[in-house]
Design a protein around this ligand. Structure first.
Ligand code: NDP
Length: 273
């Protein structure tokens, strides 16, 4: 039998943590298989994907700048990947067809469930800051989890309004300048912008209206404790960092490609940090 091959397609790809993550699991479970970083220029994506399917690859993760364009190439696109407008996990089927899914929302919810077991989307309004690709996955997963109201704000308001138009009546758009207002009564607060990342400006939103009952999470994971999370924690909020989302989004792909559902635990966090 073939040794299963998988990898991550991106340009550039050197900084991706996916090879570390999948490599750790392959070693831990003593499974045959390889997971490889695959640097692919945008203009070569189609050719590379067709080649990989002929080379014994069972699938791949997809990262910047291919997450949106891969939807045009895939033969089968899941409903949630189509709604989000991006895919991060490909399965190369035995019949040669490429199946594209988005597991970011799954990773987002699993991270909260694992690290804040009392958290429930249904308990109250969610406030999402940001309206990029990651925010779309977060919005889709929160709505699917039954959040009663989804508030969203974004520097470029049009992107937030597009999310409202696509995701429906539970979505309420707030002005960026009044972002603090949307924290009033919110029980889930998410930073889905890239602000707060090492080397970028911190996210500056007035937290006066933030309730200590709210769960606050950040998609940024370098640093693990962003200024937002530190400030929320000092106000008594439960906080969850973004690294777990990265780890959990990898689970469905690994299980499908290598045949074993892997665990997300402290050893894995240490291996990937
Ligand atoms: P996008 O480029 O699609 O979106 C970036 C978002 O950040 C937009 O909402 C953008 O607003 C906002 N933004 C950027 N700079 C500023 C600024 N100076 N002031 C105000 N808003 C700003 O990126 P993604 O959605 O793919 O990723 C967002 C973040 O989430 C990244 O840091 C990424 O690393 C992280 N991420 C983490 C994951 C995890 O597993 N933990 C998974 C995916 C992403 P505007 O629309 O106005 O430009």
């Amino acid at each position: 039998a073939h040794v299963p091959l998988a990898g991550v397609l991106g340009w550039p790809i050197a900084h991706s943590r996916s090879p570390l993550l999948h490599g750790h699991w392959l070693q831990r479970y003593d499974l045959p298989g390889h997971y490889i970083p695959l640097p692919v220029r945008p203009e070569n994506l189609l050719e590379v994907l067709r080649g990989l399917t002929k080379m014994g690859f069972v699938g791949a993760n997809v990262t910047i700048p291919h997450k949106e364009t891969v939807l045009q190439i895939a033969d089968i696109v899941t409903d949630r990947a189509a709604l989000i407008g991006a895919a991060n996990t490909l399965i190369f089927r035995e019949d040669g067809k490429i199946h594209a899914d988005n597991t970011d929302g799954y990773g987002f919810i699993s991270n909260l469930t694992q690290n804040a077991p009392d958290w429930q989307a249904t308990r109250g309004a969610a406030a999402v800051i940001g309206a990029g690709g990651a925010a779309r996955a977060v919005v889709a997963s929160l709505l699917e989890s039954g959040v009663p109201e989804l508030r969203i704000t974004n520097r470029t308001k049009l992107r937030a309004e597009q999310i409202k138009a696509e995701f429906g009546a539970k979505v309420v758009v707030y002005d960026w300048a009044q972002a603090g207002n949307m924290l009033e009564g919110a029980t889930t607060v998410v930073n889905a912008t890239s602000m707060g990342m090492t080397g970028k400006l911190p996210l500056r939103i007035p937290l006066d209206a933030l309730s200590p009952d709210a769960l606050v999470t950040d998609l940024v994971y370098t640093p693990l404790m962003t200024d937002l999370l530190k400030e929320a924690q000092s106000r008594g909020c439960k906080v969850v960092d973004g690294l777990g989302m990265l780890l959990h989004q990898a689970v469905p792909g690994f299980e499908r490609w290598f045949g074993r559902r892997p665990e997300v635990d402290e050893d894995l966090r240490q291996a990937v940090l």
